[in-house]
Design a protein around this ligand. Structure first.
Ligand code: FA5
Length: 346
C-alpha cells in the first residue's frame, strides 16, 4: 500500500508541474483529489488492509493529501501571476498563422512579356543583344558616321575600355538604342527574317515625366522581298490593337533617322488624358511611341543583304512610354524608384 501511495505522489507531482493553465490544474485536482479521484480509491482500499498496517498507511495518505493541496495552491499562484512557467511548450494550432508577404513580377517586366508574346504570336523571333556596344554597331553600320551631327541626337554614355585594349570596333558605349542589333543579328541570318530585340538602352538625358536616362526599347526588323511601308503600318496597328484590346488612334509623322528611308515617327493618342493634354504628353494630346521606317539601302548592304532584291522595315518601340499608357502611369521615372507604394499597385 505504501508503495502505491508513493507512486501516486510521483504521478500527481508530475501532473501539477505540467499543468499550464488554471483549467488544466483544476482537472489535475479532480483527477487526483476528487470524490472519485485516485486518492479516494486508495483510501477505500485501506479498509482491506490488515489491522496493523492501517495506521501507517492512513497517516501517509493524509500527509500526501496535504502536500498535494499545497502544491496545487502554489502552482495556481504562479499561473495566475502571468505567463505559464513553460510557454515554450504551448502550441495552439488554432491560432491564425502570420501572413507571409510575397512579391510579384515588376510591372515593366510583366508588360515586356506581354509585348514579346504578341510579336511572338505574329511570327517574330525574339533575340537579345549586348548593352555595352561598340560605336561600329551603335552608329557606323547604321549609316551614322563619325562626326555626323545625327550622333548628337543620342546623348551617349561612353565606357572606358580596359587599359591598353584598343577595339577594332571603335569606342565602347552603353547602347543608346536597340538598333545596333539590326546588323549584329543579320550577321548570322539571311532573309526572310522577322525578329524583335527587347532590352535596356541608356542616354545622358535630363529626366522628366516622359524621359529616363535608362529605359527599355523593343527593336523590330522584317526583311523579305516586296516589303512596303503599308506592311510596317499594318503590323504596328495590329500590334497596338492587340495590346490595348481596342481601336487606337495613331499619328504618322515624317522623321529623319539615318538608317531608314523614309523615316517615320508613330505617335499614339494619349490615353492618360484622352488626348486633351497632360504633363506626360507635354500638353499635346499625343505621345511619341516609336521611330520607324524602311531600312536604308546602305544598312541592308552592311547586313550583307542585296537592296535590289530585298526590302525591309524597322521600328524602335519605347516600352516605358507604351507601358505608361497601358497601366495609366503618369511618370516614367516611377518604374525605377523601387517605391513599394507604386509597385504594390500592380
Ligand atoms: C530611336 O532610338 C531609333 N533607334 C528608333 C528607330 C528604330 C527608328 C528603327 C527607325 C527604325 P528615338 O530616339 O526616337 O529613336 O527613340 C525611340 C523611342 O524610345 C521613342 O519614340 C520613345 O518612345 C522612347 N524614348 C526615347 N527617349 C526616351 C527616354 N529618354 N525615356 C523614355 N523613353 C524614351
Amino acid at each position: 500500500m505504501l508503495e502505491q501511495l508513493e507512486q501516486f505522489k510521483t504521478q500527481a507531482d508530475k501532473a501539477i508541474t505540467s499543468a499550464n493553465t488554471l483549467q488544466e490544474l483544476r482537472d489535475v485536482e479532480v483527477h487526483f483529489l476528487g470524490r472519485r479521484g485516485k486518492l479516494a480509491l486508495l483510501l477505500q482500499q485501506l479498509r482491506d488492509l490488515p489491522q496493523e498496517e492501517r495506521p501507517a498507511a492512513g497517516a501517509r495518505a493524509n500527509e500526501l493529501k496535504k502536500d498535494l493541496i499545497a502544491a496545487l495552491a502554489h502552482r495556481a499562484e504562479s499561473l495566475k501571476g502571468g505567463t505559464p512557467a513553460s510557454t515554450s511548450h504551448v502550441l495552439d494550432i488554432t491560432w491564425p498563422g502570420e501572413r507571409m508577404p510575397y512579391g510579384h513580377i515588376h510591372p515593366l517586366t510583366r508588360f515586356l512579356r506581354l509585348v514579346t508574346s504578341i510579336f511572338s504570336s505574329m511570327g517574330f523571333e525574339i533575340i537579345e543583344g549586348p548593352e555595352v556596344e561598340s560605336t561600329k554597331y551603335n552608329f557606323d553600320l547604321l549609316n551614322i558616321p563619325k562626326d555626323h551631327p545625327a550622333r548628337d541626337v543620342w546623348d551617349t554614355f561612353f565606357v572606358r575600355s580596359p587599359e591598353g585594349v584598343k577595339s577594332a570596333e571603335g569606342d565602347l558605349v552603353l547602347r543608346t538604342h536597340t538598333s545596333p542589333m539590326q546588323v549584329r543579328a543579320m550577321e548570322t541570318r539571311t532573309p526572310p527574317v522577322r525578329f524583335i530585340v527587347p532590352g535596356r538602352v541608356y542616354r545622358h538625358e535630363a529626366t522628366d515625366a516622359s524621359h529616363e536616362a535608362m529605359f527599355y526599347q523593343c527593336e523590330g526588323l522584317v526583311i523579305d522581298r516586296g516589303i512596303r511601308v503599308t506592311d510596317l503600318l499594318g503590323t504596328l496597328k495590329i500590334f497596338l490593337q492587340t495590346l490595348f484590346e481596342k481601336k487606337v488612334k495613331i499619328r504618322v509623322r515624317p522623321e529623319f533617322y539615318p538608317f531608314v528611308e523614309p523615316g517615320l515617327d508613330i505617335d499614339m493618342s494619349c490615353l492618360l488624358c484622352d488626348g486633351k493634354g497632360c504633363p506626360a504628353c507635354k500638353q499635346s494630346g499625343w505621345m511619341e511611341m516609336m521611330g520607324s521606317g524602311m531600312v536604308h539601302p546602305k544598312v541592308l548592304t552592311n547586313m550583307g543583304v542585296d537592296p535590289k532584291v530585298y526590302s525591309g522595315f524597322a521600328f524602335g518601340l519605347g516600352i516605358d512610354r507604351l507601358m505608361m499608357l497601358y497601366f495609366g502611369i503618369d511618370d516614367v521615372r516611377l518604374s525605377y524608384q523601387s517605391d513599394m507604394r507604386f509597385l504594390e499597385q500592380f
